[in-house]
Design a protein around this ligand. Structure first.
Ligand code: 4FX
Length: 256
């Protein structure tokens, strides 16, 4: 997968793209993470990437010209690179990070992990020139209902969630955890050595070696946690009739 991030602050991505899982994934050629400073495409006298809004009002708006220039260059370069259509020249997803976007979710991460080329647009200001949304952007995403100083941190969050799903990025020992969330429930509790830490012990079932019992306990814990903290997720989750009946017998406000 190729990822291009359009930003005025490429240095913000050095740490994130250079270290840990994302750094290793790049080193192993599983993903290519690049930043593009779209100020390089502001081909006007003052190299400005923003301007005052038509119709008046405060604040600044991100101009269309530098964004269109940067995206077309990235796509052009990309199309050139795969002129032979080696990786399948599916058009890239052009993702705009903004508070008004579609709420990002694990399901969206799964969807995006199937793409071969993602382009992120990270803006600041109060907004973007509407022609960017109308003619360039394929997805507008939000990581939550709050406003940040820019789209860079949201882009890092989305890239992290997507790249970890690419085949080979996470070791097999992690894929079980990954699959458990994708059932739409909250995670069950985890324990590791020692069995007794300052008198706080590990539930017996986890020490029993009975894997069917352990799986059952974990599923029940996921259901109870989801009921207590995020009951709205239960409507979408795939539960058996037995599980739904069992949940209905549980007191709603459980110890967290
Ligand atoms: C052009 O982007 C903007 C447009 C308007 C306001 C702020 C910004 C930038 N800040 C952002 C971006 C994304 C998110 C989010 N919740 O995902 C939060 N803040």
């Amino acid at each position: 997968m190729r990822v291009d991030v359009l930003t005025l602050f490429p240095e913000m991505f050095e740490g994130v793209f250079g270290s840990s899982i994302l750094g290793k994934a790049q080193g192993r050629g599983l993903v290519s993470l690049n930043t593009v400073n779209f100020r390089d495409y502001a081909n006007n006298k003052h190299n400005t990437v923003d301007d005052t809004p038509y119709g008046g009002g405060g604040g600044m708006v991100l101009k269309a010209e530098p964004i269109f220039g940067a995206v077309e260059d990235v796509v052009g370069r990309r199309a050139g690179e795969t002129a032979d259509g080696a990786e399948g020249s599916r058009p890239p997803r052009v993702i705009l990070m903004c508070p008004q976007g579609e709420p990002f979710s694990q399901r969206k991460a799964q969807e995006l992990s199937g793409e071969s080329h993602l382009i992120f647009i990270c803006g600041h200001y109060e907004g973007y020139d509407e022609r960017i949304r109308q003619h360039l952007v394929t997805d507008e995403l939000s990581i939550g209902d709050y406003v940040l100083t820019g789209g860079e941190l949201p882009a890092m969050v989305v890239i992290d969630a997507v790249v970890r799903l690419l085949p080979g990025v996470l070791g097999n020992e992690t894929s079980a955890v990954r699959d458990s969330f994708s059932d739409g429930l909250l995670e069950y509790p985890h324990y590791t050595r020692p069995v007794d830490f300052r008198g706080m012990t590990v539930p017996d079932v986890l020490m029993s070696g009975h894997h069917a019992e352990i799986d059952k306990w974990r599923r029940q814990q996921s259901l109870l946690r989801t009921l207590a903290r995020r009951p709205e997720l239960l409507d979408q989750a795939e539960l058996t009739a037995k599980e739904r009946a069992w949940l209905n017998e549980q007191p709603d406000r459980l110890a967290r």
